[in-house]
Design a protein around this ligand. Structure first.
Ligand SMILES: [Zn+2]
Length: 412
């Protein structure tokens, strides 16, 4: 580490940050200099302050990217073509996750996974681990050592999966408790999420156990919702007394302001209203949705109900670890201005985690989580929208990634 947290350092570059809410009052701010001290932003302006300067003049400096849905044990299962979600799980994903019964293997992949994320500018990740308590413990330890922010949970399943990956409500409770007691809030950067994979692979009793612990211990909740039509029909068969998929989670006590549901493609308005009432957020995973041909999430409809939408890579159904690739697919899925896309990536993620007062934008008093990036196409344009549009569609090279003022990664 070159920079120490106590140092006072000013970074120079084209600083662009996004504030406001998704309903239209989005503000884009630009500055030239950002001063960081003790891990926080203490000053942001166009006037050069005195003191040490790190010069990123030819680069764009953005708030750190927030990936709100990604599967660690699936890192090496990207681009596995399959006929359907359920077939893809059985053929590729469950066998890959079974290998995490070996803690040494879990450690190796965890190191590759977090190194990969920070090299792509991700400063906060919301992560599904495997079904194994020990592998999840390893993932949390490696995340702590890497230094990024992360919300991580052990995947819960008690039916419709291979025997080796199944738990029971009696086993799952103590396992969640042990991991959460050790890691939830660790270092102010790590948090625990109860993680029922999805309603297809969980009994109501298992989901209720998870929901009760999430409420008791103030944990996050992450799961999948309404990704494919076949999956929605399966849930209807498994829970014939519950009117909608979303209400299955609600009856289990899983929906609250700390809940992230991934995909949410095939939703009714009744379900949108319920998610809004509970204050839950949606992790929109467009790259994954294109890859598995799951459908296109209707962003405008979700936003019209006041829902908070964040972005997720959903590796490995999503082929890309870079959130810039995910942004491009989000644009193809739903027309949006690049400012809105970057807002969803940064503040949308922060709001989903209830962390919008500490991360998500580059403002005085917030944690200095930022990414330094050079657009692939160097244009001489002064126009902010054109620069952001270039980054969104053509991508960029990440030069450096910082979390709480500490440089976690820098390009050679
Ligand atoms: Zn997923």
């Amino acid at each position: 580490m070159v920079t120490e947290l106590t140092d006072r350092v000013t970074y120079c570059g084209r600083i662009i940050t996004f504030e406001g809410d998704a309903s239209g009052s989005l503000r884009v701010r630009e500055a030239r200099y950002m001063t960081v001290e003790g891990g926080r932003i203490v000053e942001i302006s166009n006037d050069r302050p005195s003191g040490d300067l790190v010069d990123y003049s030819d680069h764009v400096i953005l708030p750190g990217f927030i990936d709100t849905h990604v599967h660690l044990p699936q890192l090496h299962e990207r681009a596995r073509i399959s006929d359907s979600l359920l077939e893809w799980l059985e053929r590729y994903i469950f066998p890959a996750e079974m290998r995490f019964s070996d803690p040494d293997y879990a450690e190796k992949v965890s190191r590759e996974f977090f190194a990969e994320l920070v090299s792509k500018g991700t400063t906060t990740a919301v992560v599904f681990s495997s079904s194994h308590e020990e592998a999840t413990d390893v993932a949390l330890r490696v995340a702590a050592e890497t230094g990024l922010r992360a919300v991580i949970g052990q995947v819960l399943m008690d039916r419709n999966g291979p025997e080796e990956l199944l738990t029971t409500p009696e086993e799952a409770g103590p396992s969640i408790r042990r991991l959460a007691e050790r890691w939830h809030g660790y270092g102010g950067r790590l948090y625990y999420a109860v993680t029922p994979r999805f309603a297809v692979s969980c009994s109501m009793e298992l989901m209720k156990t998870a929901g009760a612990l999430a409420r008791e211990m103030g944990l996050y909740v992450q799961t999948h919702l309404s990704e494919q039509v076949e999956e929605v029909e399966t849930v209807r068969r498994l829970f014939p007394d519950v009117p909608t998929y979303t209400e299955v989670y609600d009856r289990a006590g899983l929906l609250g302001p700390r809940t992230l549901v991934a995909h949410a493609i095939h939703l009714s308005d009744r379900e949108r209203r319920l998610l809004k009432r509970r204050g839950s957020s949606i992790a929109h995973c467009p790259s994954s949705n294109f890859f598995l041909h799951s459908g296109v999430m209707n962003l405008r409809r979700h936003l019209s109900f006041g829902l908070n939408v964040a972005l997720g890579s959903d590796v490995a159904a999503g082929p890309f670890t870079s959130m810039l690739d995910v942004l491009r697919d989000a644009y193809y899925a739903n027309f949006m201005r690049p400012e809105e896309a970057f807002y969803m990536l940064t503040m949308g993620g922060a709001r989903a985690l209830g962390m919008d007062d500490i991360i998500g934008s580059l403002e005085r008093g917030k944690q200095a989580d930022f990414v330094v990036v050079k657009p692939t196409t160097v244009s001489d344009s002064d126009d902010t929208t054109e620069v952001l549009s270039s980054l969104m569609i053509l991508g960029g090279d990440v030069k450096a990634t910082y979390v709480a003022g500490r440089r976690l990664w820098e390009a050679a």
